[in-house]
Ligand binder design. Structure first.
Ligand code: SF4
Length: 577
């Protein structure tokens, strides 16, 4: 089975902005936070906002306290005025592209133009736009309704931003023929345009398309219409629970697209559910491979094995005598820390890693036992190696456990800084440093009893690569993390800047290998080890272009970077020694 996800699927700029503004307001404000009407047309997002204490204000009372967000679709100016008069602090989350249409209408209304809005009568965006037209605004969603309108001396035609592009073309032709003096504006949002034309293209190339989004979301309904018009089966669902497994089991090529108000964690869930469908045409060995891949990723065994590979590479870069205990320590430490983290982060995993969340919920006790055994396994192996590795691993393990717990009473530090996890970006930085210390610094100090220049360089190099890997996961999980209030690096500095930062880090890590090898600071392995940052750069770019799908495979490919590091080292050692 082949699954194709539309690159345009999911939150558009305006919806993402509105949801982020609502979550930021809920995380920062002590007073109640409301949205005036539903923020967007997606029941799952609305129930999460409700969980965060953001409630919907349906009617404006005479007096009110707190913050009110104006939704992405906008509201009539009179409503905004009433909210301010009632005493609310108003945060305008209207999409900038909707504001542009509001401005066109308001400007022309002042000059005496009638405003004809091509859109759905009862859509909130249209209601808001009508408010800017004064008493000279009209709505039409068909040529019949347009024909029924009186002729105007001066009129403008605008479209609801999510209007059907083909229908608006027909309207433009109608206006050009019948009322050439009407001013027609291109107001359909390019995000809608791209989404609709991609839905059309996908429908042409697959056997069936799953359209994900709220049943009352206008733009999602239009995507389903486009697919149906192309003659392909179209399954409009709100989330993975609505999937018709029986109907999809025999489909070879499935397309997935989603409306502008569909969050990416719901698209992920749908993708994963389709990915594991017991497809009739799939070979048995492929099914076994995917099941194994899923188990290894979910239980953290894959990342722990990857850590073992990276530890081997690190020892070779440092030109230390190889000792299997180094590999075992890395394996056990990463397995225990990642498993403990997963056990304490089930809440955010509900959005980012729904499979993992339900797995840890179901197998909580066996996973706790595995984490404890691997902790003791790591510490025991380190003790067997010597006092220094034992102390290092003990310190790193304690730091890992304390990461999520309150360290100092609230009277000493602000509430944000009592828990290390609350420091923005701390997870990504600390994980990277912990890997660098356990994989490189600990073996080097064990072997030489001191820290050399190469120890610092290799530790930081390993930390840099782990930083890139973890920050890449942070980018992929940005929506879920924002919901649970985590302040990861992409949330703090933005997705684009994080990508750029990771690219610079990878470039630096690639370049630095050459002088470090030429000046004998690290072993000649440095000449070929640049393949590893190149691989991670390719993954980063593929994620940026959305050419990789959000299932288990993306996690598998990112973690496979560690295995690549191990393979490069093994091949190099084979020829070098
Ligand atoms: S579809 Fe376009 S206009 Fe509408 S909210 Fe999204 S970005 Fe804004």
């Amino acid at each position: 089975m082949k699954i194709t996800i539309a690159k345009t699927a999911g939150f558009c700029m305006g919806v993402r902005r509105a949801v982020e503004m609502a979550l930021d307001a809920a995380n920062k404000q002590k007073q109640p936070v409301y949205t005036y009407g539903p923020l967007i047309h997606n029941p799952q997002v609305l129930s999460i906002l409700e969980e965060k204490g953001i409630t919907i204000l349906e009617n404006i009372p005479e007096k009110g306290v707190g913050t009110v967000l104006i939704r992405a679709h906008g509201v009539p100016p009179s409503a905004e005025k009433s909210l301010v008069q009632a005493g609310y602090k108003v945060v305008n989350a209207t999409c900038p592209r909707v504001i542009k249409v509001q401005t066109i209408i308001a400007r022309h209304a002042k000059l005496g133009y009638a405003s004809i809005i091509i859109g759905d009568d009862d859509h909130p965006e249209v209601t808001g736009l009508l408010g800017y037209a004064g008493d000279n605004g009209y709505v039409a969603d068909s040529l019949e309704k347009l024909e029924a309108l009186q002729p105007f001396e001066k009129a403008i035609i605008v479209a609801q931003t999510t209007q059907n592009i083909r229908f608006y073309k027909v309207v433009k032709q109608w206006a050009a023929q019948k009322y050439p003096h009407y001013k027609v504006f291109e107001t359909i949002c390019d995000s809608t345009e791209k989404r609709q034309s991609e839905a059309h293209q996908i429908a042409e190339s697959v056997d069936a398309v799953v359209v994900v989004g709220g049943y009352n979301s206008g733009n999602t309904k239009r995507l389903a219409e486009i697919v149906r018009d192309s003659g392909k089966p179209s399954f409009h669902i709100e989330d993975d629970a609505g999937l018709d497994n029986r109907a999809l089991e025999s489909v070879r090529n499935i397309g997935i697209t989603a409306g502008a108000s569909t969050p990416n964690w719901i698209i992920k869930k749908v993708y994963r559910r389709i990915e594991i469908l017991p497809h009739k045409n799939r070979h048995i060995w492929l099914r076994i491979f995917f099941s194994l891949q899923r188990i290894l990723i979910t239980t953290n065994l894959y990342v722990a094995l990857g850590a073992a590979c990276l530890s081997y590479a690190s020892v070779r870069l440092l030109e230390l005598e190889y000792h299997v205990s180094y590999t075992l320590i890395a394996f056990f430490y990463i397995l225990s820390m990642h498993t403990f983290n997963n056990l304490t982060e089930v809440n955010s995993a509900r959005y980012n890693e729904p499979d993992r969340a339900s797995f840890y919920h179901r197998f909580r006790i066996p996973m706790i036992i595995m984490a404890v055994i691997s902790s003791f396994g790591g510490i025991g192996t380190a003790l067997n190696l010597g006092v220094i590795p034992f102390l290092v691993l003990l310190a790193m393990s304690i730091l890992g456990f304390l990461y999520s717990y309150r360290l100092v009473p609230s009277s000493y530090l602000g509430s944000r800084l009592q828990i290390i996890r609350n420091i923005p970006g701390s997870k990504t930085v600390l994980i990277a440093l912990a890997w660098g210390i356990v994989m490189s610094a600990a073996p080097a100090v064990t072997a030489h009893g001191k820290v050399n220049l190469n120890t610092i360089l290799v530790s930081l190099w390993i930390s840099g690569m782990v930083f890139v890997r973890t920050a890449l996961f942070d980018i992929l999980d940005i929506q879920g993390d924002r919901i649970v209030g985590k302040e990861t690096i992409p949330i703090y500095i933005g997705e684009q800047k994080t990508r750029l930062l990771l690219e610079y880090i990878l470039l630096f890590l690639f370049i630095v290998l050459f002088p470090a090898t030429v000046f004998n600071i690290i072993s000649p392995l440095g000449y070929v080890f640049g393949i590893y940052p190149i691989y991670m750069f390719a993954i980063l770019k593929a994620c940026e272009k959305q050419s990789m799908l959000p299932g288990v495979r993306i996690g598998f490919l990112i973690e496979s970077g560690f295995f690549l590091a191990g393979i490069i080292t093994w091949v190099w050692s084979f020829f070098y020694f």
